[in-house]
Design a protein. Sequence first.
Length: 231
Amino acid sequence: MGKGTTAAVIIGLVVLSMAVGGALGTIAAGNEASVSTSVSTVTQTTTTSSVNSSAPYILTMVITTNNLFNSSIGTQPAFFVSGPNGLESSANITLPAHRMIEIVIMNFDSGNATFIGPQYENVTGTINNTMSFYNNNAMNATQGPSGIILQGGQTVTSLSPETEYLSHTFTVPSLGLNIPIAADSTEVAYFTTGGAGSYTWLCESLCGSGANGSGGAMSTPGWMDGLLTVS
Ligand SMILES: [Cu+2]
């Protein structure tokens, strides 16, 4: 919107505001009450969005549980990518090459699952091999309509099945990246991408269906695995 248009909008709003005020004044006069009229103007600021390539690229992933897989398996947990159109499939995740990535994982799964091996309890492939996790920060319906519990966070190098419920992992074996995900938590980690390439990402916990938990979501792209393309 050009300046000329903005000025026209402001004038239009002023005129409209005065007209409404006048109408109110007329009604008020009939009711023998006094109404003060005010004229308000609206100013508009135009923000130019610029991409700062030195800022981290933010990948926000959301894990939800109430996803109908099919009628025989029922619901399964799934990773989604949060994007401009809401929760999008995680089957194909694209990241920029040679860039610091801030990965935010919001896990709404309260379940406990067994990791395929104890090595997946360790954070690897991130800056300092750490991540920060924030528990009990979900909007909690038991705390009343406006209840939000924030109890701080912790930067860790691993999770332990003795102290945390372990839900999932976000693992890219070819990049040495492994982020264990605690139940009901939000986690943030940073890592840098190298050159272009396509890699499998997957969850290394037995969170799917079947006798050993490796079916359903665990073997389906867009649920607990997919392709990560760096380009
Ligand atoms: Cu999983």
